[in-house]
Write a protein that binds this ligand. Structure first.
Ligand code: ADP
Ligand code: MG
Length: 473
């Protein structure tokens, strides 16, 4: 073995240093260890297969001539992995602006899969795949995502996707709901199940806000193409809370490109939103229209039996029991938000532990009064329908009739608008209760009323009258 290889590599480094950014140098060249130079074969040790693939793809143009310059024209290169490369290497973190020492900061060119270009000496056979930190939370599985009428469609679509990512008609799957109804949980469940069934697939969960921050950083560092490349390599891309992209034209534009690429290549996209997509203000139409290509499914507030099952499941998980009457009381009184349901249970469990006594109905009542009643003003769709019907002197049955009678149509539209404004029900649920209409009809009704409020003074006065009655509840 020639001892010369270290010196030669140091010479190479001094040239490389002048030709790449400091960050690129630190990330992609400092970790390389020169191993040997024998018979014109220069062996470099790299931390992981992925690292080699990345070097090959992005820095070969520099590496090759520099090494030839110091080690001779005939030199060939090979990568070697550390002995135990499978244990800790071979993974990378997703580019992230809020991690302290990102292995792949998005100021850096992200990795690319090997293309079918000319064969070169740097390719390590059998190495094809990007491995990343999927950012999945192991606690959010399908097993503990309780099924109910409120989530059946979204849940089963999610399970199908995990079985056959990119191959179902649900691409993209858009899940929407109010807050605390399980969007994030379902996202993680889809990601985890996909990885369980298809360990070879690259899955990434990312919050839209994170995506946006990364994009801004990448843009600042002139790394937009690399940012796009990175995301285009994902097999199952899960973007949570897409509403954060509202008004962020740059990120929307870049996401549009990523989206198209993934979809054209049969990669799976899952998106969540806190609103029905076409209601998202500040989102580009071309993006919103893409969302319609797949399946849009909502998560509704859980019904009583689902709430009861969720409570029982959480108690079981924690190895705790509550008296039946307490379970029933919580289930009947915390209706609109599962996060709140969990909050109440956590407080109760903590109190009973602290005071070393069993949970009682009084404790539950106190906590719910304090945490839920004061913050959430519950107005049901039914209640709103009754008020509107009373005002127009029609019965709720008439309001639900299939008729074009102007007064009935208007009453129904007002009821829908108010239900959207004051209840936590989804558009689909509101439509169902207002004469079995679909969410698009509710959406249209809301737009019509909003328009009328802007243009018709007389209507506005009448509307204010009705609205007052709801506020007096
Ligand atoms: P969102 O993202 O819609 O705001 P999350 O997914 O964060 O809601 O859900 C809030 C909490 O409720 C989480 O702790 C989640 O585990 C729980 N949760 C939501 N839906 C269910 C369900 N169907 N079964 C069990 N727990 C659920
Ligand atoms: Mg969420």
């Amino acid at each position: 073995m020639s001892g010369n290889h270290v010196e030669i590599w140091n010479n190479c480094l001094s040239v490389i240093k002048d030709n790449v950014t400091e960050e690129a140098y630190k990330t992609w060249f400092e970790p390389i260890v020169p191993v040997s130079l024998e018979n014109n074969l220069f062996i470099l040790q790299v931390p992981s297969p992925f690292f080699a693939e990345f070097l090959d793809e992005h820095h070969l143009n520099l590496l090759k001539p520099v090494i030839k310059r110091f080690a001779g024209e005939k030199v060939k290169l090979a990568y070697k992995l550390p002995v135990d490369s499978s244990a800790s290497n071979g993974t990378m973190t997703v580019p992230s602006s809020n991690r302290s020492v990102p292995k792949n900061p998005i100021g850096q060119p992200p990795p690319q899969r090997l293309s079918d270009g000319p064969i070169n000496p740097f390719v390590i056979p059998g190495l094809k795949k990007l491995q990343i930190d999927s950012q999945l939370n192991e606690n959010y599985t399908f097993d503990n995502f309780i099924e109910g009428d409120c989530n059946r469609l979204a849940r089963s679509a999610g399970m199908k996707i995990a079985k056959e990512p990119g191959k179902t008609a649900f691409n993209p799957l858009v899940i929407y709901s109010g807050t605390g109804l399980g969007k994030t949980h379902l996202c993680h469940a889809i990601g985890l199940e996909t990885k369980r069934l298809h360990p070879e697939k690259t899955v990434l969960y990312v919050q839209a806000e994170q995506l946006s921050t990364q994009y801004v950083t990448a843009n600042k560092n002139n790394n937009r193409p690399d940012f796009i490349n990175f995301y285009q390599m994902i097999d199952v891309l899960i973007i949570d809370d897409i509403q954060f992209l509202a008004g962020k034209a740059g990120t929307q534009d870049v996401f549009f490109h990523i989206f198209n690429h993934l979809q054209q290549n049969n990669k799976q996209i899952v998106i969540t939103s806190d609103k029905f997509p076409s209601e998202l203000q500040g989102m580009e139409d071309r993006l919103l229209s893409r969302f319609k290509w797949g399946l849009t499914a909502d998560l509704q507030a859980p019904d009583l039996s689902t709430r009861t099952s969720i409570i029982r499941e959480k108690l079981y998980d924690n190895g705790i029991t509550f008296p039946d009457e307490v379970v029933q009381y919580i289930a009947s009184n915390v209706r609109n938000n599962i996060r709140e349901l969990e909050g109440v249970m956590n407080s109760l469990m903590a109190q009973s532990l602290l005071n070393k006594r069993a949970v009682t109905l009084e404790m539950a009542q106190q906590i719910i009064d304090r945490f839920v009643r004061n913050t959430v003003k519950e107005v049901s769709v039914e209640y709103i329908i009754n008020i509107v019907c009373e005002y127009f002197k029609i019965s709720p049955e008439q309001l639900a009739l299939k008729t074009r009678k102007r007064q009935v149509v208007q009453a129904r539209q007002i009821a829908m608008y108010l239900a959207k404004k004051y209840s936590n029900a989804s558009l689909a649920a509101i439509g169902q209760q207002c004469g079995k209409k679909d969410h698009a009809t509710v959406h249209h009704a809301c737009k019509t009323i909003a328009n009328q409020l802007e243009t018709d003074k007389q209507f506005k006065v009448m509307f204010a009258d009705i609205e007052k009655k709801i506020a007096l509840q």
